[in-house]
Design a protein around this ligand. Structure first.
Ligand SMILES: [Zn+2]
Length: 345
């Protein structure tokens, strides 16, 4: 397996792609920065805002498009301290964690004002996926007819929550570090799953093999947890304790095993969700380096070629529903079986 890309190297790759497109004089009016760390995305957006509004950019690309900021001019400094009037930051409201239609309209109004100080008016939507439906619709209109001189930058760590019409109208760049939230055992199982799905769309037998790998992995996980927690339990250390005391310890042990198992199971299922998201991003015909799990690139691309974007997106919704079902008292094996049979692969 090739070495895992580090967070910084992948962010550097995205920054380099952006730099090269600016050198060629290609400035999009809307960008979507994807990744798994909003802080990294905010830094990248801040740098682009500086680049476009720098008063003395050290490098210019084709058509006079600036390629990098000086970092020290008045505009660069005001953008760093987040108080440049032509660079607007939009964040989800604290309580609702939503970007509302009022917030969105307010930003659009500001974008429509004549630029007073800077070359470009820039709106940066932090966690753009938090726009609710009416905000998304208001935003979409602006995306279709952007005010002259404006640049919109959307940041998202959950791009599958964005409308496809918004996604497709933005130039997308991935700053995802890959693997950061996927444990080794989870990545191992997803690798197995992706490899099984890669050559051809799995038929019924294939589906049951995929289910088999999942159920095996989960039962091994549960055994490992049971062994580890039993070894730590006072039951093992105090074999002569009172029966009532032992009973209490047994109950505690059972509850602890169950809680830890649910946590681990959620990690496996979330890992598959991340891979399905990569497949979906692949169906949108995105540039290289977009994946959240780059190590499975060939299998991801192979599956993405067989699916339409709506099919791949339905997989995301369906697998999310499967995970929610497990929080109810539904029977695990049945829920997983139905969930896997529902996926289009
Ligand atoms: Zn500057």
């Amino acid at each position: 397996m090739p070495a895992e890309p580090s967070a910084s190297s992948r962010a550097d790759t995205a920054a380099e792609l952006l730099r090269r497109s600016l050198e060629r004089g290609r400035l999009a009016h809307a960008y979507l920065f994807l990744g798994d760390d909003l802080g990294v995305l905010e830094d990248a957006a801040l740098r682009l805002a500086q680049t476009l509004n720098c008063l003395q950019p050290p490098t210019l690309g084709a058509n006079g498009v600036p390629v990098e900021p000086c970092g020290i001019c008045l505009n660069c400094r005001r953008i760093t301290s987040r108080n440049h009037p032509d660079v607007v930051w939009v964040r989800p409201e604290m309580k609702s964690r939503i970007i509302s239609v009022d917030q969105t309209r307010g930003v659009i109004d500001r974008m429509n004002l004549k630029t007073t100080e800077a070359a470009h008016k820039i709106a940066i939507f932090v966690a753009a996926d938090r726009m609710n439906t009416s905000a998304s619709n208001a935003f979409l209109k602006t995306l279709e007819e952007p005010p002259a001189g404006s640049v919109l930058i959307l940041l998202s760590v959950e791009p599958d929550r964005l409308l496809e019409t918004i996604l497709s109208r933005c130039q997308r760049l991935s700053f995802a570090s890959g693997l950061v939230r996927v444990e080794e055992s989870v990545a191992g199982w997803i690798g197995e799953f992706a490899a099984l799905a890669q050559p051809a769309s799995p038929g019924l037998m294939g589906r049951y093999r995929l289910l088999g790998t999942l159920l095996n992995t989960l039962s091994q996980t549960k055994e490992t947890i049971e062994e580890a927690l039993t070894a730590q339990s006072p039951l093992t250390k105090h074999p002569d304790a009172e029966p009532s005391q032992r009973e209490r310890w047994e109950d505690e042990l059972t509850a602890a095993v169950e809680a830890e198992y649910r946590r681990r199971r959620a990690a496996f299922l979330a890992g598959l969700q991340a891979w399905l998201r990569d497949v979906w991003l692949g169906t949108l015909g995105t540039e290289t380096g977009l994946a959240f799990l780059p190590q499975f690139g060939p299998a991801t691309a192979a599956v993405a070629r067989r699916l339409s974007p709506p099919e791949a997106r339905r997989n995301l919704e369906s697998w999310e529903a499967t995970q929610r079902m497990l929080f109810t008292n539904a029977q695990e094996a049945l829920v997983l079986e139905v969930g896997l049979l529902r996926l289009t692969l």
